[in-house]
Design a protein around this ligand. Structure first.
Ligand code: SF4
Length: 976
């Protein structure tokens, strides 16, 4: 018995059960706060079919609720984290999403966007039924149709296009990808070169920078085991795979790793760094080369790796020749730096000396002048990287790689540091992505298409990574082609791409785009200009398979339609996923199966044969059979499932994820397959195994090893490809001055730089528009500017400012901060969603209502007429909306800036900033599409088009999505 005498307040609180009984005596009468048993972070899987929790809303009544817990995969960004879905067994409603501890990438942890999936599925504005346009395209009038009508109409149109051999007119354009190879199968079964993607407004720069070194176009850092980590982005909060990566970066730091971050903005990531390097945008490669130069000069490089795994013997004569040329051009004072050396017996020593000379111009002082980062910091970081040796991990994906002309050189110069330290593929280093990404088995592989679609891979961009998707409106305007059937899949170029009004012009013209089908989980600015809007499921409403290079292992994650799985467990079998989803929301996998089947009703087009069940000869494959086949052919999965007396499919239904490999390192050291080496020649001098003019393997430690994915099978410091394809000045990792380099700015106009690429950690492009929690947190995108600039311009936080680009302007509010580099402003692209009066009320947590007027041909004005506000709906939270600001749509005021080599859209903008004009209003946008077309032409003129060697459109060894037959790589369809 307690001797504590309760106060009056305590007595009341005890009676109301707001606090436990503090003075003893009757606690035993109360139910326990938690069930007896061991404490766990997550419910144990043996209880997932019947998990009991107290209802949060019932307070002290402690009402119990029974849930069925079903795993699935988050759909809100590329990381593909695991989710556990809690389905109320009484109502069969999904109540919440939490992390799946059995997912090897995310390990039970999610960012805010994972649990917010519940907002998306319960959004009262979501599209629940297939819709067909009535009246004019873009007019906003829609009628509900059946899935059968949709499939029959689209199938008939594709069938006619295929029969008339208009195969380039059938195009699938993906925003958020998925399915791991699923769409390649579909498009190749149809025999079209119809894959288009968002890659060139996202990651083409970094991809090319990595690909040209090693044939793999992404990095896979092992941050958890690193001693030194270098990030070129705000990667802890918002980068590619940021949740799985951030966990491992912090693990590395807790184990003593140091973190350096290059970010112009004081992002959350920069604030966590040991070294924050606020580089002038576009100068990152100069800093990286200065570091490389220090590592070479101070002999901190990894000699064994360089000797064995870099094409230094190809590089040596090129370095000698380029250094000789420089020496001739150098002034007398510089001559001493380029003095000749005595040739060594060991050519590798010559190589090092030539390399040192070649990069000697990248001094820390030069890098400081370009970047603003103190030379002492550059030296310190370089030495730390050199001393970390094989435990140096690094990452660049979007950020500087996607902002600048020559942005691809940032990834290339960053990877140079990995090569110098020998940290490629090591514990604590950075591996090629493909080593950590799973490739599913295919029950049937259609043949590659026999032709090339120049609307996606035009000859002007032979090295592009990949499709030049953001130039499509200009290509259509120029009459390079037209589209008969155009699918956009979770893709919103009108809003996310630059130059959105050119997209509106193209999408509004049915002579350019015959039929536009928007496959989307939610309304978006592009879907307003569609002919069909087809509702596709969110994370818990679709089948899919994901696998990404989040760390040194390899995993797969099964995105499954949760309510369909619950129905199955309760004994109700279904044919299609829309039977258990809200309304008639469907999913892409089954849609493509059904559509393919109907395009070829008699099998005469040869399509149906690719959709036959591997288990029931002659019958159409089902979705369960598709995944059954993949899981039965996943290394280690059948054995893991058998241990639990489950089929592989049931194992994935139960756990949602599987670890295919725990750790993958140094795969370049794998022995080359004996069979492949039969009849090959050994080139002992260069340590190569060759056959039919190709290098098959590299000899290291006396053994033939598979090496990397380049023609030399080594890391290509010297790139014969860039030299042979018209860019000899880029044959070595080089600093390319950006289009927003200070030399390019017009001082008379007071031009400065706008960084428009930064992400908000809580939002993800279009899809978070209907997540109320996320929009409650983030609902404005003001213009960041440094205090000194604001003072000079006479601007305070909250003032309206006009930001003028090359093709128009937008009106935003100022955010004055010390956390920004002077003479650079920044604005997040995640905000500024809109709808017009005629459009369906949608995403009202995030969309402003606007008017759009073409005031003269090609001159477009947008004005906000209604901001965000409370409204009545079935969700009481809609009447509690307190924010009024929907932000500003900035991307629509940017012209296209295609990098002539990588094809990347270079996002950073030269702008002027001034106080808003008297008639300007917050959110105003003005754009002249004739100017944007002229700027497209200016950048097109920078290219050095194909053909390359042997009449090729593109180097055969470089990757390409939906790869056609080899003959199609030749401009005249034949090898020269
Ligand atoms: S990081 Fe991406 S995949 Fe993971 S929970 Fe967040 S939004 Fe979802």
């Amino acid at each position: 018995m307690s001797s504590h005498k309760p106060s009056f307040i305590e007595s009341i609180a005890e009676k109301l059960r707001l606090i436990p009984n503090l003075h003893g005596g009757t606690d035993a009468d109360l139910p326990p706060i938690v069930e007896p048993g061991e404490l766990t972070n997550y419910p144990p899987p043996d209880k997932w079919d019947d998990w009991v929790e107290y209802e949060a809303k019932s307070g002290q009544r402690r009402e119990k609720k029974s849930y069925m817990i079903v795993p699935t995969t988050c759909f809100n960004c590329e990381a593909g984290c695991g989710l556990l879905t809690y389905v109320d067994k009484e109502t069969l409603n999904i109540r919440k999403f939490e992390g799946n501890p059995y997912h090897p990438g995310s390990r039970g942890r999610n960012c805010a966007k994972g649990p917010a999936s519940i907002n998306q599925i319960n959004d009262t504005d979501r599209i629940l039924y297939p819709l067909k346009r009535k009246g004019k395209r873009g007019g906003g009038d829609w009628e509900q149709v059946t899935w059968d009508e949709v499939l029959d109409d689209i199938a008939a149109r594709i069938r006619v296009a295929l029969q008339e051999d208009r195969r380039n007119e059938v195009v699938y354009h993906v925003g958020r990808p998925g399915h791991e190879g699923f769409m390649d199968r579909i498009l190749q079964a149809w025999g079209v070169d119809g894959h288009n993607s968002h890659t060139n407004i996202c990651s083409a720069g970094a991809r090319f920078g990595y690909a040209i070194w090693q044939g793999y176009d992404r990095p896979s850092p092992d941050h958890a085991n690193a001693d030194f980590i270098l990030l070129i982005s705000a990667h802890l909060e918002a980068g590619h795979y940021f949740n799985p990566h951030a966990q491992r970066i912090l693990e590395g730091m807790m184990n003593g790793a140091k973190l350096a971050v290059m970010d112009t903005r004081l992002s959350n990531t920069a604030s966590m760094a040991d070294y924050w390097m606020p580089t002038y945008p576009g100068s990152e490669a100069a800093v990286l080369l200065a570091m490389a130069s220090i590592i070479i000069r101070e002999r901190l490089y990894n000699e064994n790796f360089l000797r064995d795994w870099v094409n230094w013997d190809d590089a040596l004569p090129e370095l000698q020749s380029q250094n000789r040329l420089r020496k001739r051009a150098a002034s007398s004072t510089e001559k001493t730096m380029h003095e000749s050396y005595e040739s060594h017996e060991d050519k590798f020593s010559d190589f090092i000396l030539e390399l040192e000379k070649y990069y000697s111009e990248y001094t820390p002082e030069f890098a400081e002048a370009e970047s603003g980062v103190p030379a002492a910091t550059i030296i310190d970081v370089a030495r730390r990287i050199g001393r970390a040796r094989t435990r140096f991990s690094c990452h660049n994906w979007r950020s500087a790689g996607s902002g600048n002309l020559g942005g691809w050189a940032v990834a290339r110069c960053l990877h140079f540091l990995s090569v110098l330290t020998g940290s490629v593929g090591t514990v604590g280093g950075t591996s090629p992505s493909a080593w950590n990404k799973f490739k599913p088995a295919s029950y049937n592989t259609p043949p590659a298409q026999k032709f090339w679609n120049e609307l996606h891979f035009p000859n002007e961009y032979p090295l592009a990574h990949y499709e030049m998707s953001f130039l499509l409106p200009h290509f259509l305007k120029e009459g390079r082609g037209k589209l008969a059937v155009y699918f956009t899949r979770v893709f919103n170029p009108v809003w996310t791409y630059p130059d959105g009004f050119s997209w509106i012009e193209a999408l509004s013209d049915d002579t350019k785009i015959g039929l536009h089908i928007a496959l989307t989980p939610t309304w978006n600015e592009t879907a307003y200009f569609a002919d069909y809007v087809l509702p596709m499921g969110m994370a818990s409403e679709r089948h899919d398979l994901t696998s990404y290079e989040t760390h040194s292992g390899m995993w797969i994650s099964y995105r499954q339609p949760v309510l369909r799985e619950v129905a199955r467990k309760m004994g109700r079998e279904t044919t299609f996923t829309y039977e258990t989803n809200p309304g008639e929301v469907w999913e892409e996998d089954e849609f493509w199966f059904e559509l393919s089947w109907r395009i070829d009703p008699d099998g005469d087009l040869g399509i149906r044969e690719h959709f036959i069940s591997p288990y029931r000869p002659g019958e159409k494959i089902t979705i369960n059979e598709y995944y059954q086949y993949i899981f039965e052919n996943t290394k280690g999965l059948p054995e893991a499932a058998a241990k639990e007396d489950l089929t592989p499919l049931d194992y994935m239904r139960k756990y949602g994820a599987f670890e295919v490999e725990r750790a993958v390192y140094e795969k370049h050291m794998d022995l080359a397959p004996e069979a492949q080496l039969a009849d090959a020649e050994i080139d002992a001098k260069h340590g190569k195994v060759n056959k039919n003019g190709k290098t098959l393997a590299v000899i290291v430690d006396g053994k033939a090893r598979v090496g990397f994915n380049t023609p030399s099978r080594r890391q290509e410091l010297f790139s014969p490809t860039t030299a042979d394809w018209g860019w000899p000045e880029q044959a070595f990792p080089t600093y390319v001055k950006s289009h927003i380099h200070p030399e390019q700015l017009d001082a008379s106009r007071n031009e400065i730089v706008l960084i428009p690429t930064f992400r908000l950690p809580t939002l993800i492009h279009t899809r978070s528009g209907n997540a109320k929690w996320l929009n409650e947190i983030s609902n404005r995108n003001p213009l960041w500017m440094h205090t000194s600039d604001a003072e000079q311009w006479g601007i305070k936080t909250g003032d309206l400012v006009r930001i003028s680009t090359e093709i128009g302007y937008f009106i935003n509010r100022a955010w004055v901060t010390e956390g920004m580099r002077p003479r650079v402003v920044a604005c997040s692209h995640h905000i500024g969603r809109w709808r017009r009066e005629q459009d369906a009320r949608n995403n009202r947590w995030s969309t402003n209502q606007v008017t759009i007027d073409e005031v003269e041909p090609g001159k477009w004005k947008m004005r906000v007429v209604e901001g965000i506000g409370a409204y009545k709906s079935d969700d009481p939270d809609t009447s509690r909306i307190f924010w009024t600001d929907g932000g500003v749509h900035q991307n629509i005021t940017f012209p296209v800036h295609p990098d002539p080599i990588s094809g990347m859209h270079c996002w950073h903008q030269k702008v002027t900033v001034e106080k808003a004009h008297p008639d300007d209003a917050y959110g105003d946008v003005f754009v002249d599409t004739e100017k944007s077309f002229a700027i497209y032409k200016e950048w097109l003129a920078l290219t050095r088009p194909a053909p390359g060697p042997n009449g090729l459109r593109r180097p055969l060894w470089l990757g390409r999505p939906l790869r056609p037959v080899e003959e199609a790589f030749y401009i005249n369809d034949e090898k020269k």
